[in-house]
Design a protein around this ligand. Structure first.
Ligand SMILES: Nc1nc2c(ncn2[C@@H]2O[C@H](COP(=O)(O)OP(=O)(O)O)[C@@H](O)[C@H]2O)c(=O)[nH]1
Ligand SMILES: [Mg+2]
Length: 459
């Protein structure tokens, strides 16, 4: 069966100078040829030269729909490696829809989301990590996100995964060659085994690095969570409003004013941070206030950065001391608020001893707020790391990497415990098949569907 020719808008719905429409498939040029008439006289659509912009008209039943520029990309030198045509018309959605409808009448089919990129993958021009990079480049919300996308599009992740695959093939070759390690444990075999185990260890390390880099990347795209926490009435909501630069959360001189978790996005040096205002932590409260505090504590596990608000002019109370110890594994910035109320501010001992950064300020007067924003930005940067540490993978692929890691751990243990070579080889073969899935070689349709369902149409 011949592959269908697909069509889709390549630019977003709306008004613009120019809009793009893409056609891909073996019948691409023929289908477009039924509507397109080049302005240069005497030229037939069939002999349109490739890779050159051609001015012409899209005509349907004698009616001129638009004047357009058309570019024909001859297979395999196109985005999909198929014959492709791109039509650039005036950027009015009515025109775009009309042209697409005409192309459908002429024999094309409307593309599914991501179908062009899927074809590029199926035709071997890119692999799965590169296809995902394409989507990330379109969707990135941060400078670093874009750079990671570009790195992955150049094949960086694929190269690293490929290197792991090669290494595993190497290990497999050794194990298969000597499928029965001799019973009279020769010294050489032991040396070989521990060397192979060492190799596996290194691979496990690099897989862990990828998993954590992919998790961090996902967080960057979702927005890094920064949670304001503290006792009641210390000025959390006022500080929250100050950081946002607008009056979002209610500030009131009474306990438990804030009950729901309130979150807002804050753009900080090119990164999205999600800032959370929370209910004040109190002891021995009931009903709705107890629920509010429970919610706050549950949300705490999602926070990458915590801003602990304390009152600059009074000693820590028991609740605050407890809270401090609950935060021991968090990245904490302490904001000593209401410093306008006293002359001298003493930094509480437990804050000093934890080595946390602190800022003396006043939400009321706006003092220390700029410093706090700077500090949050530097925490975000530290959390993000560098472009080299980040990878774009979907959850299902992170699961694949995790399976891969477990297989290698099990292979390593079998190796060290003199397990049967067939079993070790089997684990490694299984691991290699996971890698092929990850690279999109194994064409696991479920995985492909999941990845491409998130694409926009026309890509
Ligand atoms: N003097 C002074 N009062 C403040 C400051 N920040 C907040 N307040 C007051 O403290 C009270 C509680 O503030 P709020 O933001 O609702 O505290 P929350 O319960 O921690 O959210 C309000 O009356 C605020 O006006 C500050 O920096 N200085
Ligand atoms: Mg509040």
């Amino acid at each position: 069966m011949e592959l269908e020719t697909i069509v889709a808008p390549a630019t977003p719905k709306g008004r613009s100078a120019i809009a793009g429409i893409r056609v891909s498939g073996p019948q691409g040029l023929a289908i477009v040829g039924r509507l397109f008439s080049p302005v240069a006289s005497g030229r037939q659509c069939q002999d349109i030269p490739p890779f050159r912009p051609i001015l012409g008209r899209i005509v349907d039943n004698g009616e001129i729909i638009d004047e357009v520029i058309l570019v024909y990309y001859r297979a395999p030198k196109s985005y999909t490696r198929e014959d492709m045509v791109e039509i650039f018309c005036h950027g009015n959605w009515i025109i775009v829809e009309k042209i697409i409808n005409c192309l459908i009448k002429a024999g094309a089919r409307l593309a599914e989301p991501g179908e062009f990129t899927m074809r590029a993958l199926l035709n071997g021009r890119i692999d799965l990590p590169q296809a995902q990079a394409v989507m990330s480049i379109i969707n990135a919300t941060s400078e670093i996100g874009l750079r990671v996308g570009m790195k992955q599009l150049q094949g960086e992740l694929s190269r690293q995964v490929e290197a792991i695959r090669e290494e595993l093939m190497h290990v497999l070759a050794y194990i298969e060659a000597d499928i029965n390690f001799p019973e009279d444990v020769a010294l050489e075999v032991d040396v070989l085994k521990s060397r192979l185990a060492g190799d596996l260890d290194k691979l496990i390390d690099s897989i862990e690095r990828m998993i954590s880099g992919a998790r961090t990347y996902a967080l960057i795209e979702e927005g890094i969570n920064c949670m304001i926490l503290g006792y009641s009435n210390v000025g959390k909501s006022m500080l929250f409003n100050r950081l946002l630069g607008r009056d979002r959360s209610i500030v009131y001189d009474r306990e438990a004013t804030t009950r729901d978790l309130i979150s807002e996005r804050l753009r900080l040096k090119g990164m999205d941070v999600v800032l959370w205002d929370t209910a004040g932590i109190l002891k021995d409260v009931e009903e709705v206030d107890a629920i509010a505090i429970k919610k706050t504590k549950e949300a705490l596990s999602l926070a990458q950065i915590v801003i602990l608000v304390l009152e600059a002019c009074r000693k820590l109370n028991d609740v605050e001391l407890d809270l401090l110890s609950e935060l021991s594994d968090k990245d904490v910035i302490v904001f000593l608020n209401k410093s306008d109320l006293c002359g001298q501010v003493d930094i509480p001992m437990p804050v000093k001893s934890r080595g946390w950064n602190w800022i003396i300020g006043s939400a009321l007067e706006g003092k220390g707020v700029e410093d706090l924003l700077e500090l949050i930005a530097s925490y975000v940067n530290r959390f993000v790391g560098t472009v080299d540490d980040l990878f774009i993978l979907r959850k299902s692929q992170i699961f694949l990497l995790n399976d891969l890691k477990l297989l290698l751990i099990s292979a390593k243990e079998l190796l060290l415990q003199n397990g049967p070579a067939e079993m070790i080889a089997e684990e490694i073969r299984e691991a290699i098949s996971k890698i092929d899935k990850l690279l999109g070689r194994d064409m696991d349709q479920d995985l492909l569907d999941m990845v491409f369902s998130e694409f926009c149409i026309g890509k």
